[in-house]
Design a binder for this molecule. Structure first.
Ligand SMILES: [Zn+2]
Length: 231
């Protein structure tokens, strides 16, 4: 197996994002936990392929176990609406820019929650077991050079790091919320433009919004699913 170079161009990252569920060469749908290869063909063209087309990869940037996308992507023609007061509309035109709110300032104390607090210690134990397994069974040829006590300390620290990473994620994620619908929503008019105020609703499509954001691989656009963590 050729070594991974970890060299990522913007085109490769875009291909990974846009072709996430399918081999970019033959179109085959990936299966859970199968190995996918991100890299380049001999002519430099970015590739994101499964074992089906692995032989076309001249340089492997990275390979990993495939997992389905965490969110559903809207249809390119899906109608998206955004309701706003008049001042925000003027600012959008003046700056030719969309406002993205930092996730921890959205006003929902559960924003970024990954589950019920009551289950936290169960999950911590789950990850601790996993970290211990990795530290005690390193890949062949790797030696961490740590005593059993130091390995245990390291595993415990990973749990703390994991939690910090989640908190950082809230401060480094920026959000613009849209409403997917074929028509206007009276409830949203009431919410964003209460009686007596002036407001605007703008309408676009998923494809147009994505293109206006530069088809940027750093931007993820997906449907919100409202779930009950208790179930
Ligand atoms: Zn293929």
């Amino acid at each position: 197996m050729q070594p991974m170079t970890y060299r990522y161009t913007e085109e490769l990252r875009r291909l990974e994002r846009n072709s996430h569920d399918n081999c970019s060469l033959c179109g085959r749908a990936f299966k859970l936990a199968e190995v996918v290869h991100s890299g380049y063909a001999a002519d430099g063209k970015p590739l994101y392929v499964g074992h089906c087309c692995e032989t076309s990869v001249a340089e492997t940037a990275a390979r990993y176990d495939w997992e389905p996308r965490a969110y559903e992507v809207p249809h390119p023609d899906a109608l998206l609406w955004r309701y706003m007061d008049f001042a925000k509309f003027v600012s959008l035109l003046k700056d030719s820019a969309l406002f993205f709110c930092r996730a921890d300032l959205l006003g929902d104390r559960y924003e970024g929650a990954k589950g019920l607090l009551a289950n936290k210690s169960k999950w911590d134990q789950h990850y601790l077991k996993w970290f211990r397994g990795v530290l005690h069974n390193p890949p062949p040829g790797t030696d961490f050079g740590l005593s059993p006590e130091e390995l245990e300390k390291r595993a415990q620290k990973f749990i703390v790091d994991l939690e910090d990473l989640g908190k950082d994620g809230l401060r480094t994620t920026f959000v613009s919320c849209w409403h997917e619908s074929d028509g206007e929503s009276e409830a949203l008019w009431r919410l964003y433009c209460p009686p007596g105020s002036a407001g605007v609703a703008i309408r676009t499509t998923f494809a147009a919004l994505n293109m206006s954001l530069g088809d940027d691989p750093n931007t993820k656009i997906g449907c919100v699913r409202y779930i009950d963590f208790r179930k």
